[in-house]
Design a binder for this molecule. Structure first.
Ligand SMILES: Cc1ncc(COP(=O)(O)O)c(C=O)c1O
Length: 362
């Protein structure tokens, strides 16, 4: 029996999706492939509230984080840094020789729009990158506020890592004026890893066409050229596309978008209540808590290893330790993808029982 995952990715995959993935393969230049690809893209556009391009890259999210900088930055990039993944995006700029500055705040906090405005007003930047949902800290960035600021700087590309939020937390990409919004399939999409779903604006596509060294593998213009023919430039993760198609159908036509967003908010609410009742404390500053995962402070002497070990041994499920610089100070519970409110309630009952037995008081 496997351990049911309550970790912030990879996540539990519904049996129906595993079935969809486990189909006989088709050639990626065949009509059979193109039929699934062309049926999936319009559903993705609905979920991302966009009428612009949504492209599928066969790589994990990091590939498109790198690709966004290579395709779009011609001057200098400005990146928020408030956790392990935003720090990684800043480091990726360095690895690619892309000039970059960071807008850094302590972990647990979100970058404020006034500081963003001040930085962009210098006129140095043509790309702004923000991690919407810092998976390491559970901080949700104020995208709407950033969007207001970005309206003053139409030449700055607005790139968003929505890795642990997309398909769980509502993101109206066109309304927000996003130029890139990316996420791998292994988090709120409720699928195994393998593809990175990426919304790219027409403005970003036009700019990518003028890039001197956009890179070969994650090349926006090339990817669009093939996407317009319902294909990808290179061999895609075909099984993941099958799963994504089934999942998009489920999200749009069975669960319904509003119900999906509400279920995630309900799970967040339930988790916050449990955190309070159990005597724990959330790590993020108030008002900036993630909808899809909770990062919780470990009380003094808290034995996380024992708790997770017992969850696995007795109930075949696991939650997650902290990540990055705050690994020892925090632990995380994911409430994303196709997890039900009832499953979260059950999880918290199990945790409460183990903690009571171990006499670990929060
Ligand atoms: C916010 C965020 N950004 C980027 C990544 C990197 O994604 P991947 O491992 O799919 O490349 C992760 C992975 O957990 C993440 O949570």
């Amino acid at each position: 029996m496997h351990d049911r995952l309550f970790i912030p990715g990879p996540v539990e995959v519904r049996p129906e999706l595993l079935q969809a993935i486990a189909q006989p393969q088709v050639g990626h230049r065949t009509q059979a492939y193109m039929d699934v690809h062309s049926a999936t893209i319009p559903l993705l556009k609905k979920i991302l509230y966009t009428e612009q391009d949504v492209l599928l890259f066969t790589c994990s999210a990091t590939g498109v984080m790198e690709g966004s900088l290579r395709n779009l930055c011609q001057k200098k990039a400005l990146l928020t840094v408030n956790g392990a993944f935003s720090k990684r995006w800043y480091q990726i700029a360095g690895f690619n020789g892309v000039p970059a500055d960071k807008l850094e705040v302590p972990m647990g906090k979100a970058v404020m729009p006034e500081d963003l405005d001040k930085a962009l007003a210098t006129g140095q930047y043509d790309v702004f990158c923000a991690v919407f949902n810092e998976t390491s800290t559970g901080v949700r960035a104020p995208l709407e506020k950033y969007s207001e600021v970005l309206k003053k700087y139409p030449d700055v590309m607005f790139c968003v890592d929505a890795v642990s939020a997309m398909a769980g937390d509502k993101i109206e990409t066109d309304k927000l004026g996003l130029d890139v919004c990316l996420a791998g399939t292994q988090k709120c999409w409720g699928l195994p890893t393998g593809m990175c779903v990426t919304m790219i604006s027409n403005k970003a596509m036009a700019k990518a066409a003028t890039a001197k060294a956009p890179g070969y593998y994650v090349n926006f213009v090339d990817a669009k050229k093939y996407n317009d023919k319902h294909q990808t430039p290179h061999t895609p993760a075909i099984p993941i596309l099958f799963g994504l198609h089934a999942q998009c159908n489920h999200i749009v036509n069975e669960e319904g978008l509003d119900n999906r967003w509400k279920r995630h908010l309900d799970m967040q609410k339930l988790t916050h209540q449990w955190v309070k009742d159990a005597g724990f404390e959330l790590f993020p500053e108030k008002g900036y808590e993630s909808v899809t995962l909770s990062c919780i402070k470990k009380p003094e002497g808290f034995d996380f290893k024992n708790l997770n070990g017992q969850l696995s041994k007795r109930h075949h499920c696991v939650i997650s330790n902290g990540y990055g610089d705050i690994k020892e100070q925090t632990f995380r519970v994911a409430h994303m993808a196709d997890t039900k409110v009832e499953e979260m309630k059950q999880l918290f009952k199990w945790i409460d029982a183990i903690l009571a037995e171990a006499n670990v008081t929060a």
